[in-house]
Write a protein that binds this ligand. Structure first.
Ligand SMILES: NC(=O)c1ccc[n+]([C@@H]2O[C@H](COP(=O)([O-])OP(=O)(O)OC[C@H]3O[C@@H](n4cnc5c(N)ncnc54)[C@H](OP(=O)(O)O)[C@@H]3O)[C@@H](O)[C@H]2O)c1
Length: 331
């Protein structure tokens, strides 16, 4: 048996293509002391991986050329040299775009063997990093109050879909922004947002109609033209949870930005955040989110693609909005 891996072959100048990835077969990893041998069952594909392909200063180191692409996995333990794990256990860990790995037990989070009422893949999405990001951004930075107008971009996605549902539970009027009629319908009818606006249309006009009184909280996932339409419509003392700007991840050089003087004039609070700086939020969200899922009070959608070989093409599509829901590779 061998271990299939997807490596970073070259650094993209702008949009990544298949030529930036290389698929190889390597020897099966051998677990050492304190390690477990993992068979990866699901791989999470997330927008942040585009940043890891660049060799620029960031909050995390880039993937080295020839290195295995980074990513979180849900995996099954095949063999254990760690007291805390036994064969048949399910775990989550940052194990990369590959079929198998040997990991130290201390780097893994144990999951319920039967999934605990949700599919195991949900620990990469709604109950994983994206769901926790939504929880941190809404509760710690957006600080919503009943009656607030709460706008969230990439609203059908892994982070945005959860963020808007949490804001609804805080009594906000929640307006999503998404690409296309089908995503907007899902956000409104299935996730229960009050409205959802298509950013492919005249977004400025649609925002004026949907929130004539302005916006109190903006959960920013997209940047670019969407951000330009939202910022001038913020109300005084609004809050912006600055989570990401996926629309700009393939753009080099970066385009001139919107006029940020509105931050001053409206006394807005804008705070960028990275979910990994909030370790205490993870268990809180996992418990709270799981309870809401059990009650049917939280919905999620996965976009599952079969096979490690499909990961590069699926990832390229994620940066262009071709995914509909949390993008997961099933291995
Ligand atoms: N700060 C943190 O700790 C943290 C953690 C996780 C994620 N994030 C950020 O959160 C954001 C959402 O991530 P996610 O995992 O939930 O991804 P996602 O929403 O599941 O997928 C990305 C979505 O972005 C939208 N998009 C892509 N290109 C776009 C463009 N040019 N213009 C407008 N929309 C575009 C697409 O939705 P539409 O088709 O609806 O436009 C696409 O489906 C990203 O910016 C990501 O980097 C930050």
């Amino acid at each position: 048996m061998s271990n299939p891996q997807i490596l970073l072959k070259a650094r993209p100048k702008d949009r990544p293509g298949p030529e930036h990835f290389e698929r190889v077969e390597t020897a099966m990893p051998v677990p050492g002391r304190g390690e477990v041998l993992l068979r990866h069952r699901f791989l999470s594909l997330d927008p942040y991986m585009r940043g890891r392909m660049d060799d620029t200063a960031s909050y995390a180191a880039p993937v080295p050329l020839g290195g295995v692409m980074e990513g979180e996995c849900v995996a099954e333990v095949l063999e254990s040299h760690h007291d805390g794990f036994a064969p048949g256990d399910w775990v989550r860990g940052a194990r990369g775009w590959q079929g198998f790995s040997a990991a130290h037990g201390s780097s893994l989070v144990k999951l319920p063997k039967d999934g605990g009422g949700v599919p195991h893949s949900a620990y990469l999405g709604v109950l994983g990093m994206p769901g926790t990001t939504a929880w941190v951004g809404v509760t710690e930075i957006g600080r919503p109050k009943p009656g607030d107008v709460f706008v969230v971009s990439a609203a059908s996605g892994a982070v945005g879909g959860v963020a808007g549902q949490i804001a609804k539970k805080y009594g906000c009027r929640v307006i999503g922004i998404a690409g296309g009629a089908e995503k907007c319908r899902y956000v409104k009818e299935e996730l229960g947002f009050d409205d959802c606006l298509d950013h492919r249309g005249d977004l400025a006009r649609a925002l004026d109609a949907a929130c004539p009184e302005g916006i109190d909280v903006y959960f920013e996932n997209v940047g670019g033209a969407v951000q330009e339409a939202v910022l001038p419509r913020m109300r005084a003392f609004g809050r912006i949870a600055f989570c990401g700007t996926v629309a700009t991840y393939n753009t080099r050089p970066l385009p001139p930005g919107p006029n940020l003087s509105v931050l001053v004039r409206r006394k807005l609070m804008l705070q960028g955040f990275i979910v990994s700086d909030h370790p205490n939020a993870w268990p809180v969200w996992r418990e709270r989110g799981a309870a809401w899922l059990r009650d049917g009070a939280l919905k999620f959608r996965e976009h599952v693609v079969d096979g490690l070989d499909q990961a590069p093409e699926a990832f390229i599509g994620l940066l262009e909005g071709r995914n509909f829901g949390k993008l997961i590779i099933r291995l």
